[in-house]
Design a protein around this ligand. Structure first.
Ligand code: SF4
Length: 357
C-alpha cells in the first residue's frame, strides 16, 4: 500500500475529541448532552433536515463481509429501470420528501457511471436536492455528476484501520483503502458541494475510529474550507450473511460520540439514519443531530412497490411513517424540514471555487 496521508495519524487534529471521549473526562454524559444541546440550538436552531435513500440497484462486485449486497449473497439482484425510478421518485415526493440519496453498490456493467448519471438527471427534475452514495469516482466523473444536478456525496470509510480494512473487504474494487480514503476530496474537486463521511461502528475499536474520523473531517474542512462536510454514525445492523460486529457499540458510547463531535465541531451536520431505533433517534434529536433519514426503504423499488423482492443492505430499525416521525419531532418542539435546499444553488462550480464554495 502507498504511504498513508500524514493527517490520518496527526493527533493534534483529534485532541479535543480524544479529551471528550476519555474515561477520565470530568464531564458526565448529562453535562455533555446539555452542552451539545446548547451548541445545536445556537448554530442550527430547532430544526432537523430530512432526507430519504433510494436504492437504485443491489448489483455489486465487492465482498464486504458486513453487507447484505456482497456478491456472494444468494438473494435476487435487480436494478430499477427508468420508468421504475420515476415511480419511486413520485412515491417519495408524495411523502413530502425533497432531498434524496441515490444508492448503488460497486460499479458494475448493470449499474455503472452512465446509469447513475441518468438517475441523477431524473431525480433532479423531481427533487430540490440530489446526493449519491455509490462507488468511488474520478474528479472528471464527479464533475459530470455535478452537471447532472448532484450536489452531495456520501462515502463511509467503514474502518480507518488499514489492516482491519483489508480483512473485512474480501475482494473487489473496494479493497483499495487509499482509493476510498481520497474519494471525498476528488468529489469536492469535481464540484460536488457537500460530502458525508463516517465509520461503520462495530468493525474496529470505536475510540480509535472516532479519532480517525475527526481527523478526516478536520482535514477536509481545512483543505476545502468552503465545502459542506457532514458526519454519520452508522452502527452495523443485522443483514444477510449474519456478520456479527467484533466491537459492538452501545447506546451510551454512541451518544457520547455524537455529543463530542457536536461540541468540538459546532458547524458540521451530524446525521442519524433509520438504522437506529425510534427511541434512540428521538432522544438524539436536538442533542447534536441535525439531519435524519425518514421512511427509508432499503430494498430496490421499495417505495412504489412495498412487496418488492430482493435483499436489503441492512435491516431498518425505525420503521415509522413520515407523519409519525414528524409528529414525534414536533412533540419535542423540533421542526422537521423537508426542503433545505433550492435548485437555484445547483450550478456546478469548478476548480478552486469548487473546493471552497
Ligand atoms: S458495502 Fe457497498 S461495496 Fe460493499 S458489498 Fe455492500 S454494496 Fe457492495
Amino acid at each position: 500500500m502507498n504511504q498513508l496521508p500524514a493527517w490520518l495519524t496527526d493527533r493534534t487534529l483529534s485532541a479535543d475529541i480524544a479529551s471528550l471521549l476519555a474515561p477520565e473526562n470530568p464531564m458526565d454524559i448529562e453535562s455533555l448532552a446539555a452542552e451539545a444541546r446548547a451548541t445545536t440550538l445556537r448554530r442550527f436552531g430547532r430544526i432537523i433536515s430530512l432526507y430519504a435513500p433510494l436504492y437504485l440497484s443491489n448489483f455489486c462486485s465487492s465482498g464486504c463481509i458486513y453487507c447484505g449486497f456482497a456478491s456472494d449473497r444468494k438473494s435476487p439482484r435487480r436494478k430499477l429501470e427508468p420508468d421504475e425510478i420515476e415511480q419511486e421518485l413520485k412515491a417519495m415526493k408524495a411523502l413530502g420528501i425533497g432531498d434524496v440519496l441515490l444508492l448503488t453498490g460497486e460499479r458494475t456493467g448493470n449499474a455503472g457511471y452512465d446509469y447513475l448519471r441518468r438517475a441523477i438527471e431524473m431525480a433532479a427534475r423531481h427533487m430540490p436536492r440530489v446526493a449519491v452514495e455509490a462507488f468511488p469516482m474520478s474528479v472528471a466523473e464527479y464533475h459530470g455528476l455535478a452537471e447532472a444536478g448532484c450536489t452531495g456525496m456520501t462515502i463511509y470509510q467503514e474502518t480507518y484501520d488499514p489492516d482491519n480494512y483489508r480483512d473485512l473487504h474480501r475482494w473487489g474494487p473496494k479493497r483499495d483503502f487509499l482509493e476510498r480514503l481520497e474519494t471525498p476530496e476528488r468529489a469536492l474537486a469535481g464540484g460536488i458541494r457537500t460530502v458525508g463521511i463516517g465509520a461503520l461502528l462495530g468493525l474496529a475499536e470505536p475510540v480509535s475510529e472516532a479519532l480517525a474520523l475527526a481527523r478526516h473531517v478536520r482535514h477536509l474542512c481545512k483543505t476545502y474550507w468552503k465545502a459542506g462536510v457532514s458526519v454519520s454514525f452508522p452502527r452495523i445492523r443485522p443483514q444477510e450473511g449474519g456478520y456479527q460486529p467484533p466491537f459492538p457499540v452501545d447506546d451510551q458510547f454512541l451518544a457520547r460520540m455524537i455529543f463530542a463531535f457536536r461540541i468540538a465541531m459546532p458547524d458540521v451536520d451530524l446525521v442519524l439514519s433509520t438504522r437506529e431505533s425510534p427511541r434512540f433517534r428521538d432522544g438524539m434529536a436536538g442533542l447534536g443531530i441535525t439531519r435524519m433519514s425518514i421512511a427509508s426503504k432499503t430494498t430496490v423499488g421499495g417505495y412504489h412497490d412495498p412487496k418488492s423482492a430482493g435483499s436489503t443492505q441492512f435491516e431498518v430499525s425505525d420503521n415509522r411513517s413520515a407523519e409519525e416521525f414528524c409528529r414525534a419531532l414536533r412533540s419535542k418542539n423540533i421542526e422537521p424540514v423537508f426542503k433545505n435546499w433550492d435548485t437555484a444553488y445547483n450550478e456546478p462550480v469548478t476548480g478552486e471555487e469548487a473546493a471552497c464554495h
